[in-house]
Write a protein that binds this ligand. Structure first.
Ligand SMILES: CC/C=C\C/C=C\C/C=C\C=C\CC(=O)SCCNC(=O)CCNC(=O)[C@H](O)C(C)(C)COP(=O)(O)OP(=O)(O)OC[C@H]1O[C@@H](n2cnc3c(N)ncnc32)[C@H](O)[C@@H]1OP(=O)(O)O
Length: 289
């Protein structure tokens, strides 16, 4: 993984924090700044709760924190599975932090995007069995995060989707391919072009979500489903996953710099900045009402 200077500063700060999952063999919980981690040493399953109020939006620091945790879990031989959920029972994740993209410093903007690419590569390519327990709304980057897992369970009454086109943004090819790989080409064409935010039931009907379970039962269901995934020998499951996901990951790895350049060029356009400003005003005004 390639880290920028600012991210490295953050890594140093993070390393001094107490969470050290390696070699844990009991049930333990730990917290970093924006993540709550419960590690069951017996089953080898880590439950990671996104915990960045108000909406678990991903800024550079939060993405860096997630990347560091992923690296630790990947390197912890006792860890076999990851359940990703939210500590906020209404919002899984509001997606990328829009403030990162408004009046940005180009260097930070590039670093932000590289760190998002890093998060996607580590979650999508994880050796762990990964289950998203989607216990709240999950637009855009939140949906991408769920799509990167092996299995998705969602609570009713929420919405999910890659809604970028609704904001005048073109979803990058690796967002779209993540959707295609889960729902198939036709469904992905419709929901990505239209930028659909789907209800839990609609998402279930197109295969974006595998299972619908009430919020209060979602973690129990995730643990039960995890048991099924962990019945398969790790090595066979991991290599099969890699075989299936490698072409998509390789495309991003080959075009990583080009993808960053495209993103920075697009976001810094006057017209995009203007639209972003209007969108932020709408969000803030809605919050005030
Ligand atoms: C060829 C291709 C080339 C280049 C590629 C180009 C472009 C790709 C670029 C970008 C891809 C982006 C993907 C994204 O993820 S963009 C982010 C999309 N997310 C959203 O639009 C979500 C917006 N938020 C909501 O819909 C709602 O807030 C909610 C459903 C998440 C929660 O609703 P609530 O009613 O519970 O809460 P609110 O009152 O709306 O919000 C509370 C509080 O939070 C602030 N906020 C909400 N979302 C975000 C966010 N994503 N980032 C930052 N801040 C957010 C909101 O403004 C309120 O703040 P205040 O309390 O007013 O301070």
């Amino acid at each position: 993984m390639i880290w920028g200077r600012r991210a490295l500063q953050h890594v140093k700060r993070f390393k001094r924090l107490p969470f050290q999952p390696e070699g844990l063999h009991r049930c333990m919980s730990a917290a970093t700044q924006n993540l709550v981690v419960e590690m069951d040493g017996k089953s080898g399953v880590a439950v990671v709760k996104l915990n960045k109020p108000p909406v678990n939006s991903f800024n550079l620091e939060f993405l860096t924190e997630i990347n560091i945790l992923m690296e630790k879990l990947e390197n912890d031989k006792s860890c076999r599975g990851l359940i990703l959920t939210s500590n906020n029972n209404k919002i899984f994740s509001g997606g990328l932090d829009i403030m990162e993209m408004y009046n940005p410093q180009p260097d930070r903007l590039a670093e932000f995007w590289r760190t998002l690419q890093g998060m996607w590569l580590s979650l999508y390519g994880s050796r762990l069995a990964t289950i998203a327990a989607i216990n709240g709304h999950s637009p855009a980057g939140g949906c991408l995060t769920a799509l990167s897992c092996d299995y998705r369970i969602m609570a009713p009454g929420f919405t999910i989707g890659l809604n970028e086109t609704q904001l005048g943004i073109i979803p990058p090819f690796w967002f779209v391919e993540s959707m295609i790989n889960v729902t198939g080409q036709r469904q992905a064409e419709v929901c990505c072009q239209k930028g659909l935010m789907m209800t839990t039931e609609q998402a279930h009907s197109i295969g974006l979500v595998d299972d619908v379970v009430p919020g209060e039962a979602i973690l129990e269901r995730a643990h039960n489903e995890m048991k099924n995934w962990l019945k398969v020998p790790d090595f066979a499951r991991q290599l099969t996953k890699r075989q299936i996901r490698k072409p998509t990951m390789d495309r991003l790895i080959a075009k990583r710099d080009e993808d960053i350049q495209n993103f920075v060029q697009f976001i810094t356009k006057d017209s995009v900045q203007k639209a972003m400003g209007v969108y932020i005003d709408q969000l803030k005004n809605k919050a005030k009402k």
